[in-house]
Design a protein around this ligand. Structure first.
Ligand SMILES: Nc1ncnc2c1ncn2[C@@H]1O[C@H](COP(=O)(O)OP(=O)(O)OP(=O)(O)O)[C@@H](O)[C@H]1O
Length: 478
């Protein structure tokens, strides 16, 4: 058993084991963790509660609503303003109200006046997952284009096909009272012999966008707005950085499009590049301790080994299907294997990853979005941006590691990807739960590093006690 040391808050934590000592037994003291303020019941969001949803059926009165959260100055959803005050056109206001938005969120309130002012100024904007960044940049694109000019005027790049499609659906919904025309820059969308794009807003992925630009199907002479969603990922030299830079370099030399970078995370190693990519930008930044949202309760389960992880996931199935859940694995083959095994055992799950072809990917995410599938087993491909409000549970079957990003031997946890993964739940003030599976000394230590980096406790749930597990989930989702 590990010895304990008191932390600054007066809670007990295990002393890190000396190198080489078996720390798998160094389990976290439950009582100490339980006493953490994070574990106190927190306000419930005004999410729709389905009658069959026992877990989220509250035993006490739900007294705090989304409107209350938007009135709380400490909430990332807080705003002192209305959309009218932000000077948005009537047609766009109608689109926004049709989406059910009554007030801007904090990032919208802060970013929109800067984004919409003239002359256009670049923006590097950071705000927690699920706080409404998409609406901020979509509104900017829709506000800046000339609907009478039938040429591409705004480009938005996102890291995945699924995210590009989601952003497009926001463009179309928000712009439904305008004459906006849109086109995708995603794989297999346009035929090889496609003629010039006349749509004003193009949303896509960098590879396809480069192809369209090179073939001059996408004429970029009139581009006024260039948006990177998940910008830190889009600019990362270990990821899409080269391709994104190529897109920018294909814009005319004298082009001075407004460059807008948004993400929930901007790790130090991309900040300098971001500043160079979007020169003289207005910046909205988060402090390290603000990175993850309060409404996501983080748990972990200490499994014996890899096989035990699978057993536990199967045992969790009932809980996973109460709302919807996303299970993140390191490898595509793990996602497929788990999904095949669970399916063979009579459970209903779907798997989604980058090795599937475009139409299959679209069909899988659409079915999940429509609630036809409740459990999605996937890889980092949908770790970022995907907004499905019914997702109330995220499982890190494998913790995200840096070596998946840069293919190095770096076995440290990938904090940014962790933040994005758990951010698939707890959207816009709703409640969510994340569960990390750890199964040996190494993964336990990796989880500790995540805990330290985020400054939030990750609470232990016993793997042998399903009742306790359900109890904790209930409390977290209340
Ligand atoms: N002002 C608003 N009022 C009510 N709901 C809103 C408002 N703005 C955005 N939303 C909703 O909040 C949810 C999250 O928004 P969005 O997907 O833009 O988050 P995000 O900040 O881009 O998150 P991520 O970092 O995960 O990409 C969406 O369902 C969106 O419709």
């Amino acid at each position: 058993m590990a010895s304990l040391q008191k932390d600054d808050d007066g809670f007990f934590n295990p002393v890190p084991p000396p190198a080489g000592s078996p720390s798998k037994d160094a389990k976290k003291p439950e009582a100490a963790k339980e006493a953490k303020p994070e574990d106190a019941p927190a306000p419930a969001a005004d999410r729709p509660v389905s009658p069959e949803n026992d877990l989220v059926k509250s035993t006490f009165e739900v007294s705090v609503t989304l409107a209350d959260q938007q009135a709380d100055p400490n909430s990332p959803l807080f705003s002192a303003k209305t959309f009218e005050e932000l000077g948005i056109s009537e047609d766009l206001l109608k689109g926004i109200y049709d989406m059910g938005f009554s007030k801007p969120s904090k990032i919208q309130e802060r970013a929109l006046p800067l984004l919409l002012s003239n002359p256009p100024t670049n923006m590097i904007g950071q705000s927690q997952s699920g706080t409404g960044k998409t609406a901020a940049f979509v509104l900017t694109m829709l506000s800046r284009i000339d609907f009478n000019l039938h040429k591409p005027q705004a480009i938005c790049l996102a890291p995945s096909r699924e995210l590009a499609r989601q952003i497009m659906s926001v463009v179309i919904t928000m712009g439904k009272y305008t004459a906006v025309q849109t086109e995708y820059g995603i794989k297999d969308n346009l035929p090889r012999d496609a003629s010039n794009i006349t749509a004003q807003i193009i949303v896509g992925n960098p590879g396809t966008m480069i192809d369209l630009m090179r073939r001059r199907v996408l004429d970029v002479t009139n581009i006024k707005v260039f948006v990177l969603d998940e910008a830190d990922n889009m600019l990362d030299q270990d990821g899409l950085g080269d391709q994104t830079l190529r897109v920018k370099n294909l814009l005319p030399r004298n082009n001075n499009a407004q460059i807008i970078l948004f993400s929930a995370t901007f790790p130090d190693h991309v900040r300098a590049f971001a500043a160079k990519f979007a020169p003289s930008a207005n910046k909205i930044e988060l402090q390290k301790e603000e990175l993850s949202v309060d409404s996501i309760r983080q748990f972990y389960m200490d499994c014996r080994d890899e096989e035990h992880k699978y057993d536990i996931l199967v045992q969790l199935y009932q809980l996973l299907t109460i709302g919807q859940s996303i299970i993140f694995c390191k490898h595509r083959h793990t996602a497929d294997r788990i999904s095949q095994r669970m399916t063979a055992e009579g459970h209903k799950v779907a798997s989604l990853h980058g090795a599937k072809d475009a139409s299959e990917r679209d069909a899988i995410i659409d079915r999940f979005r429509e609630g036809k599938e409740k459990v999605l087993i996937t890889t980092n491909v949908i770790a970022r941006g995907i907004d499905i409000l019914q997702v109330n549970m995220v499982v890190n079957y494998d913790l995200p590691l840096l070596n998946e990003r840069d293919r190095s031997a770096d076995e440290r946890p990938d904090i940014e990807t962790y933040i994005h993964r758990i951010g698939r739940t707890g959207r816009f003030g709703r409640k969510g739960v994340s569960i990390n599976f750890v199964h040996d000394q190494k993964t336990w230590a990796q989880m500790e590093q995540i805990e330290q980096a985020l400054g939030r406790k990750i609470i232990r749930i016993e793997t042998h006690d399903l009742d306790e597990m359900e109890e904790k989930m209930k409390k977290a989702l209340k």
